[in-house]
Design a protein around this ligand. Structure first.
Ligand code: COA
Length: 164
C-alpha cells in the first residue's frame, strides 16, 4: 500500500471515486481547483486507488476538505490509513492543527474522525445545501503531534476489540 500526491492528471479518477462513494459530490471545477492548488493524495492498494483526500494548508494549519472511498472498498480501514499517513506527515513538517467540517448526518465520517482523535469544537448552522433545505456542519479539530494519529487509531481499535 502506498500514498501518492495527486496532480490534475488525476481529475477523472478522483471524480469517479467520489461518485462511487456517497451522495454528495464536488463539481469538476472544485476538484480541478483543489488538484491544482491544494494537497491531494490517494491511497493505492494492489494498483487500485482506494481512497482520495484533499487538504488545504495555510501556515501551520491544515484543513481536510474532502475524503472519499469507493463504495466497494469502504469499511476496510482505507480512509483511516490515508488520514493517519497525511496527518503524521503534516505533523513532521510542522503543521500544528487540522480542522474539518462534516455534515451532522454523516455518521460514518464522524465516527472516522472521532476514532482518529478529532474533537468537536463548534457547528455552523445551515451550512450545507440539502434537498429541500440546509444542513448544519460540525467543526472538528485535531492538534497534530508526530505519531499521535497512528497512536489514536491503534487505541480505538484496541478499545473496540475489548468491547467486542
Ligand atoms: C467516510 C468514509 C470516507 C469512510 O471511509 P472508510 O474507508 O470506509 O473508513 P474506514 O474503513 O477507514 O473506517 C475507519 C473507522 O471509521 C468509522 N466508520 C467508517 N465507516 C463507518 C460506517 N459506515 N458506520 C459506522 N462507522 C464507520 C469506524 O469507526 C471505522 O473503524 P472500524 O471499521 O474499525 O469500526 C467513506 O464512508 C466515504 O467515502 N463516504 C462518502 C464520502 C464522505 O462522506 N466523505 C466525508 C466528507 S466530510
Amino acid at each position: 500500500m502506498k500514498v501518492e500526491r495527486l496532480t490534475d492528471e488525476a481529475l477523472e479518477r478522483v471524480q469517479a471515486i467520489e461518485a462511487d462513494a456517497g451522495p454528495y459530490r464536488w463539481s469538476r471545477a472544485d476538484w480541478l481547483s483543489s488538484l491544482q492548488s491544494d494537497d491531494c493524495f490517494e491511497l493505492i492498494c494492489d494498483e487500485e486507488a482506494v481512497a482520495v483526500a484533499a487538504f488545504s494548508v495555510v501556515c501551520d494549519e491544515a484543513n481536510l476538505l474532502n475524503i472519499a472511498v469507493p463504495n466497494h472498498a469502504q469499511r476496510r480501514g482505507y480512509a483511516r490509513r490515508l488520514l493517519v499517513h497525511c496527518l503524521d506527515e503534516y505533523a513532521v513538517n510542522g503543521i500544528k492543527h487540522c480542522f474539518l467540517e462534516v455534515r451532522r448526518s454523516n455518521a460514518p465520517a464522524i465516527a472516522l474522525y472521532e476514532s482518529l482523535g478529532f474533537s468537536l469544537i463548534g457547528e455552523r448552522k445551515n451550512y450545507y445545501p440539502v434537498k429541500g433545505g440546509r444542513e448544519d456542519a460540525l467543526v472538528y479539530l485535531s492538534r497534530l503531534q508526530r505519531g499521535e494519529q497512528e497512536r489514536a487509531a491503534k487505541i480505538t481499535t484496541a478499545e473496540e476489540k475489548d468491547d467486542a
